[in-house]
Design a protein around this ligand. Sequence first.
Ligand SMILES: [Zn+2]
Length: 321
Amino acid sequence: MTFDAERRLTLRRVARWIVAGGAIAASLPLLAQQPAQQPLTTAQLKPDVYWVSGGGGNSGVIVGSTGVVIVDAKTTPESGKDLLAQVAKITSKPITHVILTHSDGDHVNGLASFPAGLTIIAHENNKKEQEAAIDAGGRGAPPADRLPTQLVSTVREATTIDGVKFELLHWAPAHTSGDLVVYLPDQKIVFTGDIIATNRPDPLIHLEKGGSSEGWITTTKGIAGLDADKFVPGHGDVQTKADIQARLQAAQDKRDKIVAMIKDGKSLDDVKAALGEAQAAAPPPPPPGAGRGQPPGPGAGRGGGGGFASFTEVVYQELKK
Ligand SMILES: [Zn+2]
C-alpha cells in the first residue's frame, strides 16, 4: 500500500470514528433529559417504623400486624417502584394504606406504581388540589386513578390502622391548604411533610395552593407541642424537637420583622435589602390554578430558589392582599 493509500484509509477510519462518536454524542442530550434516578435509603426509627429518603420527598413505612402503611409516595413511577422495593426488603406484608402529607408531585406521583385498591388518606383540600392539577393537565399532574379515597376534614383525627395508633393533624393551611401531619403517639414520631423541609432556611409556602405563613406558624407550634422526639421532615434529615423549635422561632422572628416593615410602608425591595436578601424582582403571583401540581423543577426544594416565591415575598404578598 502506498503511503497515500494508507493515509486515505486512516482518514476514512477516523471519519467513521467521528461519525460513530457523533451519533453517540447526539444521543447524549436525550439521555441527559431522563431524570437522574436517585438511589433510595431506608433507615429504622423504631422496631416497626422506617423512613426512606431519595427519589423525591421523604417517605414513612409503618409495619402493622398484617400490612404496611406508607406516608408519601415519591415523585415518579420509577421512584414509586423503588420505594416498593425498599418496603419489600423490610417486610413481605402487603401495603394497605397510604397517607399523603400534601398534594405536591414529589410526594404523590409515585403512587402510579402502587397497586390499585389501596386506602389513600389525605386532607380534603389535598384531593381538591390534585383534582385541579388533573384538570389543568401537564407533566406534573398526579395519577388520576390514585386519588385519595378517605378524607380528613377535622383538626385532629385519631385512628388505629392495623393495630397502630395514628393522629392526623391539620391546624391551618401552611405549606399548602391541604397539609396533613402524621403523628404516631406510641412511637413519638411525627411525619411533618414539607411544613418542615431542612434543605432551605425559611419555610416554603405555596400561595398558589392556598398556603399561609401565619398558618405555618400555627401549624409548627402544633408540631412542636406534640409529645414526640423524632420529626421526619418532607426533605432533609430527621429533626429533634429543639430543631423544630429553633426553626419556628427563626421564622416567627423573621415574619415579625417583615410585618413591621410593611406596616412602616417599606417596599418589597426595602424589606429584602434590610434582611440582606437578593433584590431579584418577585415573580408575579400566578393566576389561579396555574402551576398546581407541577413537580418542583430540578433543584427545587433543595436550598435554591427553585422558582418558588421566597418566605419574604410570600409574607409581603399576603399582607398586601
Ligand atoms: Zn411540598
